[in-house]
Design a protein around this ligand. Structure first.
Ligand SMILES: [Zn+2]
Length: 313
């Protein structure tokens, strides 16, 4: 993995969709102060850049067809992100793709729309940002109201879509029922860069949003699909975490397979959720993968709830 200097505290704050698409704070996850909104960028070549501040990592492709952006982070830092995009691209975004509906990836949509961006996403992203959502994070409910119509995607698609922009073939690939029910990977074929949205929490227990149609098996299948699609030279922009590689995808998928089997064994033994938590089946992975946001008990609960409901159906 290509390590960055991002602190765990920043990641903990940014991983969760803690604001609505309006940017209104709701149920802060931690008591820590909001980190500064400094936007950093990494030049990946071929006009591609990865931008980081709070919220999901932003992808940017510059060129004569106009700036093409992936994800918009939070509303309150949209001005800082738009300024950074203008600094790099010399223009406002022409296209904005949302990898999924969560507020740390779509919160800036209305501001991007106001700057002239055409918003593109999977059908289910439009459904979820345009309606009230009740999101469960390991049993803790978080309410997100419908966002302003300006934040809604104008172009939506059901399976896959391709954009031919700035010399790149940009493949938008829907991964069903992974992190949510509306996940899109964006693969820039010529440059060899893949933005995975939250189907990739690099080096961390991932948030799998069962309440938004995500699933453990779908998440693993999406990781395996991405791994097969790319090669060892591909640069991977994760939804959260540092710029990554194909091997980081495999490491996450392997961890998930192990964690899934460990929790499934408790379910097969007839253990309740509380008994499973007490048995701590994820112990082998906690030191390397747990974060302040996706803790051992929260991630254990997500796996248990998904796998036990799948077994019951
Ligand atoms: Zn997310």
């Amino acid at each position: 993995m290509i390590r960055s200097t991002s602190s765990l505290a920043v990641l903990a704050f940014s991983c969760a969709p803690i604001t609505s698409a309006h940017g209104a704070p709701s149920l802060p996850l931690t008591q820590q102060a909001a980190p500064a909104t400094v936007v950093t960028s990494q030049d990946l070549g071929d006009g591609l850049h990865m931008l980081q501040s709070r919220g999901g990592n932003i992808g940017l492709l510059t060129g004569p067809d106009g700036a093409f952006v992936i994800d918009s982070q939070y509303a309150d830092i949209a001005p800082a992100n738009l300024a950074k995009i203008d600094e790099i691209a010399g223009d406002a975004p022409r296209f904005l793709v949302n990898t999924h509906w969560h507020g740390d990836h779509t919160g800036g949509n209305a501001a991007f729309d106001a700057s002239g961006a055409l918003i593109i996403a999977h059908d289910n992203v439009r459904v979820r940002v345009s309606t009230d959502q009740s999101l469960s994070i390991g049993g803790t409910l978080r309410e997100t109201p419908a966002s302003d119509p300006a934040a809604w995607p104008i172009i939506t698609f059901n399976e896959d879509m391709t954009l031919h922009v700035n010399g790149q073939t940009a493949r938008l690939i829907h991964m069903p029922n992974a992190h949510t029910d509306g996940d899109t990977l964006v693969y820039f074929e010529e440059a060899g860069v893949l933005h995975m949205g939250d189907v990739m929490f690099s080096g961390m227990f991932p948030f799998i949003d069962i309440s938004s149609g995500g699933s453990v098996d779908g998440y693993i299948a999406a990781l395996d699909g991405a791994y097969e699609m790319i090669n060892d030279d591909t640069r991977v922009i994760p939804g959260h975490g540092p710029l990554s590689t194909r091997e980081d995808i495999k490491a996450l998928a392997d961890m998930l397979r192990g964690a899934r089997a460990a929790v499934q064994a408790e379910i097969d033994a007839g253990k309740s959720l509380d008994e499973t938590l007490a048995a701590a089946p994820l112990t082998p992975w906690v030191e390397d993968w747990a974060t302040a946001f996706m803790t051992e008990p929260i991630f254990t609960t997500i796996l248990y709830e998904d796998l036990s409901s799948a077994g019951a159906s």
